[in-house]
Design a protein around this ligand. Structure first.
Ligand code: IPM
Ligand code: MG
Length: 365
């Protein structure tokens, strides 16, 4: 049994909160309700400090990642982040785009290991566009390298008639992400699939060699290699074959959006991006400007990201389980935001209602 010392000081964590653009503020607000409810249950507290990034930061300060935000994030125990971007900033030069702010934050925190779990809730089997017998029981983890590859490789640039980018990985970068993936596989089903394009790209040959080398330290994990085009197909054909997938930045970006459809909605998938300290916790979806302000966005991906924050940044695993269980329960009780609701669903709820329901279920847990 947990010993509670009445004289012990309550542990207080510093959380940097970045709402971002579009639906960002709406979903982060709901996630904070769950965080606070779980913290109250487990006897710790969260101190939030808000920072600007993305379009909101460009408008207010002229840059997508103000120094104050980076410093605040670096000094926090974790970053809770919504989403960035929108049509307003789409035609800006690269260094003044919202996405540049997010990439600089990831780089600035060296948040190289992006974990994107894809777990199908039984209650939502029918929300997936794929057949229920294909998606039932899917539980996989995409481990995406997040601060290297073609997103950051040099040279990059464009002139009026040509554009160019460089996909580059060094052995050390591959080894460190591979270790994270093997460790995750050890905690799960002990199967790791490394995804690359080694039949065409030299960078993928190095990737494959480095991953194979790391595998020597994990004899219990069954390692396979798959070309990315085949992986894209296999994810739809037979997603249950996967336990952990490890891949580079661009392939991981694409495959994780694809895999979200197995779960039914991109509005359900959380992520954690970890480096040396803390980490960034954000839904994998974007800022959905088309529905911003309508109060209908699904907050569950951000709420589940808050659960990952408790587990990976704070070591508060029971708080994480409480949040996850409450989400599962809310879905079992039939509550649905528009993205996952059947036509005429009886318990169709707004973002705020969903946030309140989950927080209340945590309180009652
Ligand atoms: C993601 C997003 C980002 C990415 C964008 C917004 C820069 O798509 O987190 O998957 O490409 O990494
Ligand atoms: Mg993406």
């Amino acid at each position: 049994m947990k010993q509670i010392d009445p004289n012990a000081e309550t542990k207080i964590y510093d959380i940097a909160v970045i709402d971002g653009d579009g639906i960002g503020p709406e979903i982060v607000r709901e996630a904070r309700k769950s965080l606070d409810a779980a913290a109250a249950k487990e006897g710790f507290a969260l101190k939030y400090a808000k920072y600007l990034m993305g379009g909101a930061a460009i408008d207010a300060t002229g840059e997508p990642l103000p120094q104050e935000t980076l410093t605040g994030a670096q000094n926090s125990d974790a970053v809770l982040f919504g989403a960035i971007g929108g049509a307003k900033w789409d035609n800006m030069p690269r260094d003044l785009r919202p996405e540049t702010g997010l990439l600089a934050l990831r780089k600035g925190l060296d948040a190289f290991a992006n974990l994107r779990p894809i777990k199908v809730f039984d209650a939502l089997i029918d929300a997936s566009p794929l057949k229920s017998e294909v998606v039932r029981g899917v539980d996989l983890l995409v481990v995406r390298e997040l601060v290297g590859g073609i997103y950051f490789g040099q040279p990059r640039g464009r002139d009026d008639r040509r554009g160019w980018n460089t996909m580059v990985y060094g052995v050390e970068e591959i080894e460190r992400i591979a270790k994270v993936a093997f460790e995750a596989a050890m905690r799960r089903g002990k199967k790791l699939c490394s995804v690359d394009k080694a039949n065409v790209l030299e960078v993928s040959q190095i990737w494959r060699e480095a991953v194979t080398n790391v595998a020597k330290s994990y004899p219990e994990v069954e390692l396979s290699h798959m070309y990315v085009d085949n992986a894209a197909m296999q994810l739809i054909r037979r997603p249950r074959q996967f336990d952990v997938i490890v891949t580079g930045n661009l392939f991981g970006d694409i495959l994780s959006d694809e895999a979200s459809m197995i779960s039914g909605s991109i509005g359900l998938l959380p992520s954690s991006s970890q480096g040396a300290k803390g980490g960034i916790f954000e839904p994998i979806h974007g800022s959905a400007p088309d529905i911003a302000g309508l109060g209908i966005a699904n907050p569950l991906a951000t709420i589940l990201s808050a659960a990952m924050l408790c587990e990976f940044a704070l070591g508060q695993n029971s708080a994480a389980r409480r949040i996850e269980q409450a989400v599962k329960k809310a879905l079992e009780l039939g509550y649905r935001t528009g993205d996952i609701a059947e036509p005429n669903a009886p318990k169709k709820v707004s973002s705020i209602e969903m946030g309140d329901i989950v927080a209340e279920l945590i309180e009652k847990s």
